[in-house]
Design a protein around this ligand. Sequence first.
Ligand SMILES: [Zn+2]
Length: 475
Amino acid sequence: MRFRIAMSFLLALCAASCASADVIVLKNGNRIIGTNVTSENGRVTYLTSAGQLSIPQAIVARIEHDDSGERSGADVAPPVSTPQIEPAAGYEEIAHQTIHDGGVDYAYIARLESDARSGSAAATVKVAAAHYAAAQFFLSKAKTDTAIEQYREGLSFSPDNFGLLMNLSVLYLRQSQFTQALDPLQHAREVAPDSADVYKLMGWAYYGANKTGQAIDAWKQAAKLRPDPDVIEALRKAERDQALESSYREGETAHFDLKYSGSAAPELARGILNALESDYQDLESQLDYTPPEPIGVVLYTGQAFQDITRAPAWVGALNDGRIRIPVQGLTSVTPELARELKHELTHSFVGQKSHYRAPTWLQEGIAQWMEGSRSTSNAAYLIDAAQKGLVPQLGSLEGSWIGYSGDSAWVAYAWSLAVVESIIDRGGVSDIGRLIGAMAGAPSAQDAVQQTLNSDYDQLQQQTLAYLRRSYVSD
Ligand SMILES: [Zn+2]
């Protein structure tokens, strides 16, 4: 599906602003969102922010009013910030000795390690601090894996170092390695049994690993130790999940952990898993990424979907870390559902590979491209709008689109797809994989674009316009 209203937990915001829009479904499966849709004299006319537009009735399959619009959530990263922990007294001095002249002084670390091996307790503390400093250095260079090695190295000398344990677990969580994150967290709990931070992060690790019951236990403990609005919010959501999941059946494949309500047909669940598995393999090779953990998928009958997600009635599937799909009335995987599955699964891949740092334009552009959408029916409009200065700047499309009206959302989705198409046209889909990877560590999305594509946002806009003209306009 093509025009989705990005949303996370704040779905209700969009209900107000998008409810008035109608959806024109084209015969090629594309959708146009507009207001005041009328059809007359063989043309369908509708209103957008760019004014009144019309298309031939012959290419329109149907017009859906209001509640049939559709939407998805972009990625929602677990709110895991590193608790501020002072690694050691005199840390500044050790950091200074460890990092200088733009690099890590491995000889200095080796001397500290050798002192520590000969039994000096003071040196052991310094080794931990030095590896902590080295890890911070690598993080600033976007080298997460190397930073993880530094934390682990430090822990091999100082296994009870709370700061190292917590920082290591946060990096695992950011990489969606939830089961891995549990190891240092369990150790941290032994070291500091009364730390609310430990239980908070444990909750995210269990939740990410689809262990809802254990996540609830951990967050309850965290809330008992220290009031925290993030934890309360997460706990409420997990409890809503659990209330219905207890009556759910489960299906599992190598890459998915599926839950579905008893009233959904088992054949449908099997069909969905089959479709997702083949999408998974396709995305794995196209985006050059393998998610470290099985991806949670929940199928809902219509009402249960509203109950759990608190989504307004018009909301379709969404992805808030788990893929949530209403399947009321379906008995098999329709082409529409297949596109939706691919779209939502793409969000999981892009979210995880980018450490949830891909801007919304990139997320939605790739998800639409992967589900099979192309700019064919949008190109003429976008070219015209670009000439009038009416296409949005990419910088303004980085954050949430929740507050957008239906027509602004339509342009945002259409332009994002066109930008992604032009990137793939120029450098192949491998450029997309590299771009997402760079997002994980670059200081900003535009920096990642610069590093990967040697373009800034303005150049990307121009490239997109030129691509649309070249590919879709025949003269
Ligand atoms: Zn989407």
